[in-house]
Design a protein around this ligand. Structure first.
Ligand code: ATP
Length: 266
């Protein structure tokens, strides 16, 4: 399968001399769904900016879609959601913000409106479409920002903490939208509990800003020593079952844990 992002020997230093990420050699292939986890300050957001083509690496190179190192030529194929939703919401109304993507893609008016309505409906934004984005709550802003990124229908999603300010109901809706995304997806997050629901692979960023490990969700999230070396803990279900079950059988989500317990009772 072809690669969508190929990073070779990447390092990024901020102007004050801080090295945020280093020795990054990573290939993201079509349709891979990867959670990039790491402790606070390990370099996840910087890696997202660099892999999303918004920041040039200080050293090394990024090739997009096996054809270019110039992110601007493939900008609309990369859906980058930054940590701060205010970075997306710059129009007069929420509707205009979400419509911006389909308009850029040259969709006709009816198709664009349908896309906006469908995303707004799933993300509970219908009644907020005519509001100025600055009059939204934190969670509403985050949902509007996600809608405006998904409206582009990009080939690759790079999402920094998409669930941060969002409540449980809309978290499920976002998970549902993301599970329908057929392209590649990278989710950058310090919280491991949702990872088994959204990803099938994990990249662990170490506290030195390098890739400490890459593997299946189960392989990485049941490895308590590896996680604790890099300032993280396994998901709660792993913490509950790790002394009771072998790693291969530990339920990774609450739903899987419930199923396991019900089966055991019957
Ligand atoms: N603009 C900047 N100038 C200088 N150093 C920075 C800048 N932005 C981030 N850093 C530093 O780079 C390192 C990586 O930061 P980054 O924001 O990429 O980490 P992160 O893993 O996303 O953290 P978090 O989980 O807290 O969001 C940290 O040491 C941070 O202090």
């Amino acid at each position: 399968m072809g690669s969508v992002i190929d990073a070779c020997g990447v390092r990024h230093e901020y102007p004050d001399g801080t090295t945020a990420i280093k020795n990054i050699d990573v290939t993201i292939k079509q349709q891979e769904q990867i959670a990039v986890i790491g402790a606070n300050g390990s370099g996840k957001s910087t890696l997202q900016l660099v892999l999303g083509g918004l920041v040039e690496p200080t050293v090394g190179s990024i090739t997009f879609f096996e054809k270019t190192t110039d992110a601007e030529t493939v900008r609309e194929r990369l859906g980058v959601l930054l940590q701060n939703p205010d970075d997306y919401l710059f129009n007069t109304t929420v509707r205009e913000d979400i419509e911006y993507g389909p308009a850029q893609l040259g969709y006709n008016r009816t198709t664009a409106e349908r896309r906006v309505e469908s995303l707004a409906d799933t993300l509970g934004l219908i009644d907020l479409l005519d509001r100025p984005p600055f009059r939204l709550s934190g969670g509403e802003k985050q949902r509007a920002a996600i809608a405006s990124v998904l409206a582009f229908d990009p080939d690759v999603l790079l999402l920094d903490e998409p669930f941060g300010a969002v409540d449980a109901t809309y978290r499920e809706q976002i998970l549902h939208l993301l599970s329908n995304h057929t392209g590649s997806m990278l989710i950058f997050t310090p919280s491991v509990d949702l990872v088994p629901k959204i990803a099938n692979q994990v990249i662990l960023i170490g506290q030195d800003g390098g890739i400490a490990a890459r593997g299946s969700v189960r392989e990485i999230l049941t490895n308590r020593n590896l996680l604790s070396t890099h300032g993280l803990r396994p998901p709660q279900t792993v913490q509950m079952f790790e002394t009771v079950l072998p790693d291969a059988d530990i339920p990774l989500t609450v739903e899987a844990a419930r199923e396991f317990l019900l089966k055991r009772e019957s």
